[in-house]
Design a protein around this ligand. Sequence first.
Ligand SMILES: Cc1ncc(COP(=O)(O)O)c(C=O)c1O
Length: 383
Amino acid sequence: MTAGIDPATARADIDLSALGANLRTLAAHAAPAQLMLVVKADAYGHGMLRCAAAARAAGVAWLGVATPAEALALREDGDTGLLLAWLYGVDEDLAPLVAADVDVSVQSADQVSRLVAAAAVTERRARVHLKVDTGLSRNGAASSDWPELFAAAAEAEETGAVEVVAVWSHLAAADEPGHPATAVQVEAFDRAWAAARAAGLRPRLQHLANSAGALVAPRTRYDLVRVGVAAYGVEPAPGLAGMAGIELRPVMTLRATLANVKEIPAGAGVSYGWAWTAPARTTVGLVPLGYADGIPRHAGNRAEVGLDGTRVPVRGRICMDQFVVELGADSTYEPGAEVLVFGPGDDGEPTAADWADWCDTIGYEIVTRIGPRVPRRYLGQRE
Ligand SMILES: Cc1ncc(COP(=O)(O)O)c(C=O)c1O
């Protein structure tokens, strides 16, 4: 356990009812495709176990994670539903996954063999999703390797060691509607499906779409959409929820109380390197969160935070544990006043999307990077 920050000083509020509402909205939008909530990376910083439980309560059939350890943590927590893990190293033992009834992604004949060995050790049938590369050039079998992968999977299925549940792939650019990659990938994915069937496989599922695909690229939805960021109320790219005709509500609100307030004279340099100097006498407040907590250092002199229904600017560089905001010459704020770093925007505070814009990144990174020192408080669901 990380020795963290006192929740009265700073915390991330996680609105599980917003998560549930987003999931229901997305499920209705993507229907008849089923929904998988992607809860890797601690549910994009929102807390994997609580978000997973909330998703199951909202009727989500599938959960998806990257690593075996994430999948096993869910099982240890009592999750028994459909669960897929897709990223592991060359030396990782797959037997614990098979033993825990976790679906495993494989992308090569070698990985099929490893899964067959895991099935033998556990005396269970391994459930496998065959990952094909359709144009991301990241994970997944290259099209030249599809025949070998499908043949190995068909042989393993024949022996009863594995059940091939799905053929799947991942999109490269669905967050840019009209990008040619999406049509290219759909066409390649259909070819992979035909090749799998020609090899004698009869998987029940095809899945390709991420949030962006689920939102605005209907042809990518197939049987199941793997939704991450949108479920947490952050658009994959600005405007995509509107384009899909739905509303999503940000699930995380990052808040802190000012640890210090003081007046500084004209000419005072603020924070490391004096990257900002007060042009006139003013008051500054100290926010007790820093880049160790996931506040991007890039946000120095760019970002704003919400205070009492208005915005105040970040001044100077973001430090490891703290940053400075300008409250104005006539400020009457005292230490203990609450600032909203980001949230849904209800009180005029910035959103994660605003921070992404200020920091030249994507909303995904803003929420996912909020670190383990920041306590999470869960709202909107009975204990
Ligand atoms: C394989 C895979 N599927 C689905 C997702 C979910 O993506 P998004 O958060 O854009 O919905 C991810 C996340 O990066 C992923 O790696």
